[in-house]
Ligand binder design. Structure first.
Ligand SMILES: [Zn+2]
Length: 275
């Protein structure tokens, strides 16, 4: 089975000039784990951080591979779209990485930075952050339960990220790890489909199951037919099999939703039913 079929968020390449202090171009060792960071700079965006990196790449050596905000995922050091290179995201003289993973984060880990703050939609940024961590686990055959670690765990004397940034967005580090494991399981199809949680209420005489086509880019919701449920964006034109019709959140006067396998829901206003 192909992992993460056609539903992924785009990963935008904006690689830093190399060789430079921030991007040495040295190939990374075999990727052994992921380090979750936040920018430590509330309100700064993925594009803004990468721009800053770019402008200072000959002066400062700190770097991370990816920045994630509510609009995009930017890769500034090759990690997911090309063979990974080293980035300088955890100080070399900490010892937790060696103890836990038998290697150094800068050599064998991907660093992913979470952007947060007043002007950033926390739900959207968090969704992308969870997704890209799950995707990286799949890409490098990592176990999301053990192979993701917060910077604050590696360098507790100096660092509080990503705990601090996640807290601003109303999430905890423990929640992040659970959500990544959950997303990984769902997207990779490695867990059995759960029964549909919401009651199935037929709202037309049409067949209770069938195929629908996404009319415009929209969110499939996980766990309940609600705009507040976590979601993943799917593109227009995608064909989806549904297994029931349920009543859920009212959006623009329409409370009819389709129940999909794997406990996902799709608002009927965003789709066309195939004949
Ligand atoms: Zn950090």
């Amino acid at each position: 089975m192909r992992l993460f079929p056609d539903l992924e968020y785009p990963i935008k390449q904006h690689w830093l000039p190399a060789p430079s202090k921030r991007r040495s171009r040295q190939p990374a060792h075999k990727i052994r784990f992921l380090v979750a960071h936040d920018t430590g700079n509330p309100g700064s965006t993925a594009a803004g951080n990468v721009k800053y990196y770019e402008n200072s790449c000959q002066q400062i050596s700190a770097s991370a591979h990816l920045f994630v905000d509510d609009k995009q995922i930017i890769e500034c050091i090759p990690a997911l779209t090309a063979p990974p290179e080293k980035a300088w995201h955890v100080i070399y003289n900490c010892t937790e990485d060696s103890r836990l993973y038998k290697c150094k984060a800068n050599d064998a880990a991907i660093g992913v930075e979470y952007c947060y703050g007043a002007n950033i939609n926390a739900d959207e940024a968090y969704r992308r952050y969870v997704w890209v961590l799950a995707y990286a686990c799949s890409k490098f055959h990592l176990d999301p339960a053990h192979d993701i670690i917060g910077h604050h765990k590696l360098d507790p004397a100096r660092k509080r990220d990503p705990q601090s940034g996640l807290a601003v967005s109303g999430r905890s580090y423990a929640q992040l790890l659970r959500d990544v494991a959950d997303a990984y399981a769902r997207y990779s199809g490695k867990v059995a489909a759960k029964p549909v949680a919401a009651p199935i209420i037929p709202w037309t005489d049409a067949p209770p199951a069938g195929i629908i086509t996404v009319r415009a880019r929209l969110n499939l919701r996980y766990g309940s037919p609600s705009r507040l449920a976590p979601g993943r964006i799917v593109p227009a034109g995608l064909q989806v099999t549904y297994i029931g019709r349920v009543l859920g959140d009212d959006i623009d006067g329409n409370n009819r939703w389709y129940a999909l396998p794997n406990d996902e829901y799709c608002w009927s206003g965003g789709i066309v039913e195939n004949s």
